[in-house]
Design a protein around this ligand. Structure first.
Ligand SMILES: Cc1cc2nc3c(=O)[nH]c(=O)nc-3n(C[C@H](O)[C@H](O)[C@H](O)COP(=O)(O)O)c2cc1C
Length: 198
């Protein structure tokens, strides 16, 4: 079992750093090997280059992104940890997905031969991804009134498109790290572990 944690948060303090710490400690406790890609720490460049723009026929993949593709290919389990910013995930993670989850690696499109439609051939089947995300607003707003838009893009447009089964674990009202928030982080991290390794 190989696990890859993709982490997108710039600070050492706050909810996401504690989520990462908790997930690492649970993996160590369970003796499950894991690796972390800390996108801010490595100063990941999220800007897709013209030479990588595969819909225009350009197929370059940088050496660094090839290594990330290999790590994803080899991983059975993926864990994404990020705060919700502007109803979505941080730009550094968006760029990572743009540049790493490329056509040919994560999927291929098979033309259906009518109406210009195409079907994805999913290359990342069999993998599970847990997304641990934090939101400033309460769940009652994000899950009901706004229809939990935070999970729609990654879950449906990326993971399902490439064949990855995913589940979300949300820590809401993440405005201050209180004891209550810490125990919620531990609870969600445990739930994520249970789902990932069941
Ligand atoms: C640029 C930016 C945009 C944000 N946008 C949202 C948002 O759309 N919805 C929301 O609930 N919280 C939003 N927040 C609040 C963050 O989700 C919250 O600060 C974060 O989840 C707390 O986690 P942390 O302690 O790990 O930073 C935003 C914060 C920043 C800095």
């Amino acid at each position: 079992m190989k696990t890859l944690i993709i982490y997108a948060h710039p600070e050492t303090k706050g909810h996401c750093p504690l989520i990462l710490k908790e997930m690492e400690s649970l993996h160590k406790k369970e003796k499950i090997p894991y690796e972390v890609i800390d996108l801010y720490k490595i100063k990941y460049d999220p800007v897709l280059k013209a030479s990588e723009h595969y819909t225009a026929g350009n197929r370059a993949v940088s050496g660094q992104n090839k290594i990330f593709q290999e790590k994803i290919r080899a991983a059975d389990r993926l864990i994404f940890i990020h705060p919700v910013w502007w109803g979505s995930y941080p730009a550094v993670l968006k760029g990572f997905i743009d540049r790493v989850f490329t056509s040919g690696f994560a999927f291929n499109l098979k033309p259906l031969g009518f109406l210009g439609l195409a079907m994805p051939i999913k290359h990342l089947k069999g993998k599970k991804a847990a997304v641990l995300q934090t939101t400033g607003s309460p769940k009652i707003i994000t899950a009901t009134y706004l229809g939990n838009r935070f999970k729609k893009t990654l879950k449906h447009e990326t993971f399902a498109f490439c064949g990855i089964k995913s589940r979300y674990f949300q820590i809401d009202k993440a405005t201050q790290v209180t004891e209550k928030q810490v125990s919620r982080i531990k609870k969600e991290a445990k739930k994520a572990m249970g789902w990932l390794y069941s």
